[in-house]
Design a protein around this ligand. Structure first.
Ligand code: AMP
Length: 278
């Protein structure tokens, strides 16, 4: 393959059950690259032993139709055996502790599995650019760090989170939710939007904002019968992922909450009045 062809390939790694959020990454790639490749692979090494690997949705035919309609040039659809051949001991990437607070603390080994599969996919697909959603904000940070640390010649492009009209961040896992659970899950985006509003109006005290978020997240009025468990509601520096006390420049609010048996994550940028989004 020549450099010219290489430089024209944009890549969107996914686990399938595609929705408009995934397709927005394809669109972003189509705008910037001549060819677009999508991978669909539910990667076992990024799931914990009690997570939803076996029940994760796999509507392959529908996904292929969506890719075709979106103008994807190539879909890479490997099997688990293709990616992890029996007898070949898999190598994992060891992540520094500062990359693995938040999701890393609740899903031990998750980001190591993500880096393992993404590194393998990068080597197979050899894209010039790869597109990841801000929906998985920490994943995007981890991939950027991996690419930098391993000198991978790939541009990592972060893309904004797509939401349904009610505000719920699109996710393949939303299809697990019953209508009442979905109602309850809306408290996540409500809490994040409230944090965003407060910061835009000049509130800089992260603890105060966090308390407000937690009050909204714990408010079960909309769906009192749905069990929830808040894993974290955090306000962090977007680069270091370290929790901050005072919001002086752009920060990030992140939430992970179990609604029924479905674990949902979401996040937003917090922009103090004097900052402009970049
Ligand atoms: P997944 O199939 O969940 O592994 O996601 C594949 C890619 O799509 C990841 O880079 C995600 O961050 C991204 N993605 C998932 N949901 C959304 C969304 N609602 N908006 C934008 N990107 C998303």
């Amino acid at each position: 393959m020549t450099t010219a062809t290489l430089s024209s390939l944009g890549f969107v790694p996914t686990m399938g059950a595609l929705h408009a959020g995934h397709l927005s990454l394809v669109e972003a790639a189509r705008r910037r690259n001549r060819h677009v490749a999508v991978s669909i692979f539910v990667n076992p090494t990024q799931f914990g032993p009690h997570e939803d690997f076996s029940r994760y949705p796999r509507p392959i035919e529908k996904d292929l139709q969506l890719c075709e309609a979106a103008g994807v040039d190539l879909v890479f659809l490997p099997s688990v055996e293709d990616m992890y051949p029996a007898g070949a001991p898999p190598m994992r990437i060891d992540l520094p502790a500062q990359m693995t607070p938040l999701e890393g603390a609740y899903r031990p080994g998750h980001f190591s599995g993500v880096c393992q599969i993404v590194a393998k996919l990068f080597n197979i697909v050899q894209p010039a650019a790869a597109y990841f959603g801000e929906k998985d904000f920490q994943q995007l940070a981890v991939i950027r760090a991996m690419v930098r640390a391993m000198d991978m010649p790939i541009e990592v492009v972060g893309c904004p989170t797509l939401r349904d009209n009610d505000g719920l961040a699109m996710s393949s896992r939303n299809q697990y939710l019953t209508p009442t659970q979905r109602q309850r899950g809306l408290s996540i985006s409500h809490a994040l939007f409230e944090a965003q509003r407060a910061v835009a109006n000049g509130e800089a005290n992260a603890q105060l904002i966090r308390d407000r978020m937690i009050a909204i997240l714990n408010d079960a009025t909309l769906a009192p019968d749905v069990p929830t468990h808040l894993d974290y509601a955090a306000i962090v520096d977007p680069d270091s992922l370290v929790e901050i006390a005072c919001i002086k420049r752009e920060a990030r609010a992140l939430v992970a909450m179990k609604v029924g048996t479905t674990r949902l994550i979401d996040n937003v940028a917090l922009l103090p009045p004097t900052t402009t989004q970049h």
